[in-house]
Design a protein around this ligand. Structure first.
Ligand SMILES: Nc1nc2c(ncn2[C@@H]2O[C@H](COP(=O)(O)OP(=O)(O)OP(=O)(O)O)[C@@H](O)[C@H]2O)c(=O)[nH]1
Ligand SMILES: [Mg+2]
Ligand SMILES: [Zn+2]
Length: 319
């Protein structure tokens, strides 16, 4: 039988078969996917082939094959490790959910995320959530950030799971597509999904007053079918986001506004650091490229790992 993986815990998988029935499935033996060293061989969104088995009254499945992926989004699971973790596969678009200060989402995190999405050619939309909680100054900051990213070419939308602001627009964007919601813990990923489809009743939890951090309420990535004819994948909050296998020379290609200017740099192998006649640095001086983006670029170029040492996003750590 053929089906799509809706949930993966690392040891078992929920697969929705073509006839609409959900099966709990396992995999047999070692499952290697060519070229990918991953802690989870099968991820949410994967199209798989499985056989059913009857044990007593229970019918379960055994996955034997995984179909080639159109795309996937991947992150490093542990520092100093070559192991990676696939967040989801076969997705049409990614919504990066961002809050300013409850919890804080820094531009370094946003940029890291966008680089990964660019590398895997996944369309990304920035969702600024909790707009109901911001004062005027904070709203200005959201508008500034949205302008920065819009300028580069990313769609941005201010939303509120609480008041429902712009959720009609969000639904319109999700229709007939497979979307994934990602971002830090506590930014309101599950709340937004609940607001769009109240019947789902996904678990949510307030962020800790003291640390202004989410409490890692969602623990496994899971896909849901929405009434509006959309598929949505809710994911656990991530702290850091390791960049996977990007060469220094390639990095420019994943900063669209740098890439656009690259051909105007004096040297065609310009890394935009100390080289003379650099069009990227010139755009930085004139304010066409914001410093926050350049800073993120330099950090990535230097291979600075942001936080994944302390990442407590440990589900699916099999192997
Ligand atoms: N005021 C306000 N609160 C919100 C909004 N969206 C979410 N929240 C609150 O933020 C807290 C965290 O929301 P969750 O939906 O659990 O966050 P999450 O991103 O799913 O977090 P993890 O599952 O831990 O990754 C909850 O208390 C929500 O009620 C919003 O638009 N406005
Ligand atoms: Mg959640
Ligand atoms: Zn340059």
């Amino acid at each position: 039988m053929k089906g799509i993986v809706y949930k993966s815990t690392g040891s078992w998988y929920v697969v929705k078969a073509e006839d609409g029935v959900f099966y709990e499935c396992r995999i047999k033996g070692k499952f290697r996917i060519q070229g990918i060293k991953s802690t989870n061989p099968i991820a949410v969104g994967d199209r798989v082939i499985f056989k059913t088995e009857k044990k007593g009254d229970e019918i379960t499945g055994v996955i034997s094959e995984i179909e080639e992926r159109d795309n996937y989004i991947i992150r490093k699971s542990v520092n100093l490790s070559k192991k990676t973790h696939i967040l989801a596969a076969n997705i049409d678009q990614l919504f990066l959910v961002i809050t300013l200060n409850n919890p804080p989402t820094f531009t370094s995190f946003i940029d890291r995320f966008l680089v990964t999405a660019e590398a895997y050619q996944i369309k990304t939309i920035l969702l600024f959530n909790k707009v109901d909680t911001y004062n005027e100054e904070e709203l200005d900051e959201v508008k500034y950030l949205a302008a920065v990213y819009r300028d580069i070419g990313y769609e941005c939308l201010g939303v509120s799971a609480k008041t429902g602001k712009n959720l009609d627009k969000l639904q319109e964007m999700m229709k007939d597509k497979v979307s994934i919601f990602a971002g830090h813990s506590g930014v309101g990923k599950s709340s937004l999904i609940n607001a769009v489809e109240p019947g789902l009743d996904l678990k949510t939890k307030e962020i800790s007053e003291q640390h202004k951090q989410g409490q890692h309420t969602t623990t496994f990535a899971e896909m849901y079918d929405l009434g509006i004819g959309a598929k949505i994948i809710d994911t656990p909050g991530v702290k850091g986001f390791g960049i996977v296998d990007i060469e220094k020379e390639e990095l420019t290609d994943f900063f669209p506004e740098f890439f656009k200017r690259k051909s105007q740099c004096k040297f065609n192998n310009c890394l935009h650091v100390k080289e003379p006649g650099c069009a990227v640095k010139q755009a930085l001086e004139t304010g066409e490229i914001p410093w926050s983006r350049y800073r993120s670029y330099l950090q990535l170029l230097a291979g600075e790992d942001e936080n994944y040492r302390t990442d407590d996003w440990t589900d699916e750590q099999i192997d």
